[in-house]
Write a protein that binds this ligand. Structure first.
Ligand code: ADP
Ligand code: MG
Length: 252
């Protein structure tokens, strides 16, 4: 069979030549499992999360803990919890959860060349805008919508060999632009970049051979693209909108 020997090699020997290898929860150090963030089911069941050398995707319902987990990974990787590149330090922090204090991050042999932590709810907040202004020149970005500005940064400023942690990056993007993001992620991943991404987008989830984890009530479990609810629901809807609408709208 054809196959992709390079990818096979890296999955057979995880961690040999990747940026981040895994995060593991130091369960013995947790005092109170009834408190946030340890009360979140996905955190309560977390032991070790192996990260793909290229693209790891977190899926799960709203409130399932995706942002909490991504933030902890980003902090451990050296990003500011507010998001942005690693250079940017600010006093305007949201209160990060203490999860990172109980997680251990295992790094691989390769050090990232820069990167970006994109928070869902603070995509281009004041500090990120200020940073973008300083680093990139805001003139071009100024007139753009959030989606355009984000994609501009992804296309022009994300570099090979970087570490990119993105929380629902699809939020401002049309389907066509989600495809553009997917294509750019692929080009960067092929050149040594690593992504850890939470998403509700069936398009981004479709990244070939991404390691997808479902954050659920009982576990953080690996799932295949086709097993995700996002895939099933979107497919069912598009295949027969009338049928689903009849059910949802109570006319079935
Ligand atoms: N600072 C906080 N204090 C207490 N609970 C929180 C805090 N932030 C988030 N939560 C709760 O933790 C759960 C997981 O949140 P979050 O990680 O944002 O989920 P997701 O990103 O998957 O939607 C939710 O029930 C949310 O209400
Ligand atoms: Mg979230």
């Amino acid at each position: 069979m054809g196959g992709e020997p390079c990818y096979q090699a890296s999955t057979m020997r995880p961690g040999i030549n990747q940026i981040l290898r895994h995060v593991a929860l130091d369960r013995d150090a947790v005092d109170d499992w009834s408190e946030y963030p340890f009360c979140i089911p996905a955190v309560r069941h977390l032991e070790r999360l192996d990260l793909d050398p290229k693209v790891t995707i977190l899926v799960g319902e709203n409130g399932s803990g995706k942002s909490t987990l991504l933030e902890a990974i980003a902090i451990l990787a050296g990003f500011n919890p507010e998001g942005g590149t690693r250079n940017f330090q600010t006093a305007l922090r949201p209160s990060e959860s203490p999860l990172h204090q109980h997680l251990r991050l295992a790094r691989g042999s390769r050090r990232e060349k820069g990167g970006f932590f994109l928070r869902a709810e603070t995509m281009f907040n004041i500090s990120t805008e200020a940073e973008a202004y300083e680093m990139y020149g805001w003139a071009e970005l100024h007139a753009m919508s959030h989606g355009e500005a984000f994609l501009w940064v992804v296309m022009n400023r994300f570099r090979d060999g970087g570490l990119f942690i993105m929380d629902e990056p699809e939020a401002a993007l049309s389907p066509q632009r989600q495809l553009a993001l997917l294509g750019r992620m692929h080009a960067l991943a092929e050149k040594g970049s690593q992504f850890v991404v939470s998403t509700h987008s069936p398009i981004l989830m479709g990244y070939p051979r991404a390691k997808i984890y479902q954050l659920g009530e009982d576990a953080i479990a690996p799932v295949r693209f086709e097993q995700t609810e996002h895939y099933a629901v979107t497919k069912a809807f598009l295949q027969d909108p009338e049928r689903m609408l009849a059910r949802i709208l109570g006319r079935g």
